[in-house]
Design a protein around this ligand. Structure first.
Ligand code: F3S
Length: 577
């Protein structure tokens, strides 16, 4: 990758420690993804703010960067682990709050704006069509690319921070025209309702067309909230960080419809909803605002709650600036009068709510996915109106055919809660046989004896036994950092531990906080010994670099057998006897 004289000075450490570390990350990513140069960016949006996700490992890393790092472009933060003002009212422990405030102070010292939201485009950080930015919150990335026509890769938290410190990002992936074309034509054969339906659509597309850019038609132009819900769900469930909707998103009309494709009907959406329903027979939290609520959502909620009173806790999260507007408009007062709680700076996934709420109803498919993994909640996806009706009545009518309620992991004690898979999943089987059984079905007849050669993402040496998945994995929410066990319900590796294994994946998926999760796991001794990917995504690449985990990609991972002792050396994966 070509660097300017100024960029080379930063890389040589002439502008301080943080600028040098930032350039090391960006230069490594540029080399990995064959970028020709760095691009100037208009703004950054940085994930990795909640202490619940970063732990002490992330806190120490940020405080080291804050000694001399300063943002060189406008930059905002993703949600933190608590409301930064009203954290006591939300029952956040003092020790957690003290560390959370240190994280926010470190970012503030670097000149980042400390409005902590996953909807920066609602509070002034709204890029124009064609502008290059470096954002990391997966829903915001996908919304910026799709609804605004801005250009950003799905950065890891550290790579977005690196980009903020030098106002540059490598020119590859979604910054270039070639990656922005629709790849699969999705014909909607059913009318879609609000955010719950659009989130379910994201779950369907993520599963049926993993990593491919959908070009969608058959719908009137959706509301902003529907596009936000699709933008949140699509990457969560394995899809791309870009979609096009004919007649609604700015790049859809600039290209022909893809020839390859499939139809999506009501049955597909219902099945996706059923997979996001743990069959709980009650509820103790109703949550709206994933992604953070728009002013229009707050207005709708205020109207639907008018003259009513909630019987179970109702939380609605939004950017602090959006809540200030709702205060002026009277919507905040109406929601509070009904007993609702308005929350800024955080959400029900990144706040430490494990053991406080057990059964949540929400209109967010993304929220369902991560609330299971991050806070061990039983979940149910429902439209906004049904969520608010449930908050008022205190009950939720079971879905027809919903699974019976299951024992929650926390009911089996704290140790089990930390390492158990999702509610409703089968108990973990012994590691190698469990994964081998799944993988052998997927790869029957396609493995070989190796060695396998690819490209070193993070050069190093490690030995271990392969743990092979035919499906992508999210290190945030999908893996318990304390134990290394895979939590994602229905994942081929569910219940297996990645600790000390040579983890073989097609690619990574899910939240960009996954980079910090890998750093945490490396410090805790629960990280894989090495990672081998077909295509290494930014999140895994940055996590491997910072966590010093050997990582190789550009390998045909279908050829690697599960349960095989191997050594990873540089760009090679070599069998051992
Ligand atoms: Fe935002 Fe939290 Fe959802 S960060 S997208 S509200 S999981």
């Amino acid at each position: 990758m070509r660097l300017t004289d100024e960029e080379r000075r930063w890389l040589d450490g002439k502008a301080g420690h943080a600028a040098r570390r930032a350039m090391e990350i960006l230069a490594a990513l540029g080399e990995i993804y064959d970028a020709e140069r760095l691009l100037p960016i208009r703004s950054a949006q940085v994930s990795g703010v909640s202490y619940a996700n970063l732990g002490d490992a992330g806190l120490e890393l940020l405080e080291a960067w804050a000694r001399d790092g300063r943002a060189a472009c406008p930059a905002t933060l993703n949600p933190a682990g608590m409301d930064l003002v009203a954290w006591r009212e939300l029952g956040i422990p003092e020790e957690f709050a003290e560390r959370q405030l240190r994280i926010v102070r470190a970012y503030a010292a670097m000149g980042l704006r400390t409005s902590c939201t996953c909807t920066p485009y609602l509070v002034g950080n709204r890029p124009a069509f064609g502008e290059h930015v470096a954002w990391s919150e997966s829903s915001a990335v996908t919304y910026a690319n799709s609804a605004l026509g801005a250009r950003t890769n799905r950065e890891g938290g550290p790579s977005a921070l690196a980009a903020a410190l030098v106002a540059r990002t490598p020119a590859y992936g979604l910054h270039l025209d070639a990656a922005r074309r629709g790849e699969v034509h999705v014909r909607l054969e059913t009318p879609l309702g609000g955010a719950a339906d659009w989130g379910a659509l994201g779950a369907v597309l993520g599963a049926r067309a993993p990593g491919r850019v959908p070009w969608i038609d058959g719908t009137p132009p959706p509301e902003q909230e529907s596009l936000m819900a699709l933008a949140a769900a699509l990457p969560t469930f394995g899809g791309a960080s870009l979609f096009h909707v004919a007649g609604a998103t700015p790049e859809a009309g600039l290209q022909p419809a893809p020839t390859d494709g499939f139809a999506v009907g009501r049955r597909d959406l219902d099945e996706a909803c059923a997979r996001l329903d743990d069959g709980a027979d009650g509820l103790d939290l109703v949550y709206l605002g994933c992604p953070h609520a728009t002013p229009e959502t707050l207005r709708r909620a205020a109207r639907l709650l008018d003259g009513r009173r909630v019987r179970v806790p109702l939380w609605i999260a939004a950017a602090r600036e959006v809540l200030e507007r709702a205060e002026r408009d009277g919507d905040a007062a109406a929601i509070r009068a009904a007993g609702g709680v308005l929350v800024a700076d955080t959400c029900f996934v990144v706040a430490p709510l494990r053991d406080r709420f057990r059964r949540v109803v929400t209109d967010s498919a993304k929220g369902c996915f991560y609330a299971r993994g991050a806070n061990a909640m039983q979940v149910r996806l429902a439209p906004l109106e049904a969520c608010l009706a449930a908050a008022v009545s205190g009950t939720m009518v079971p879905r027809p055919g919903a699974a019976p309620p299951v024992a929650r992991s926390a009911d089996r004690g704290p140790a089990a809660a930390a390492s158990a898979p999702h509610p409703g999943s089968t108990p973990p089987a012994p590691e190698a046989p469990a994964s081998a059984a799944v993988v052998s079905r997927e790869h029957d007849g396609t493995t070989d004896a190796g060695p396998w050669r690819g490209r070193a993402i993070r050069r190093g040496e490690a030995t271990g036994t392969t743990l092979v998945s035919a499906e992508p994995l999210s290190f945030y929410g999908g893996v318990d950092p304390e134990s290394g066990r895979v939590l994602e319900r229905g994942h081929p590796l569910e219940g297996c531990s990645v600790a000390g294994r040579v983890l073989v994946l097609p690619t990574g998926k899910g939240s960009t906080v996954g980079s910090y999760a890998l750093v945490r796991m490396a410090r805790a001794g629960t990280a894989p010994a090495a990672i081998v990917c077909g295509v290494c995504d930014t999140v895994v690449a940055v996590g491997a670099i910072l966590g010093e985990i050997p990582c190789v990609d550009r390998v045909d991972v279908r050829r690697i057998p599960d349960g095989r002792p191997v050594a990873v050396r540089g760009e090679e994966v070599v069998p051992r006897d």
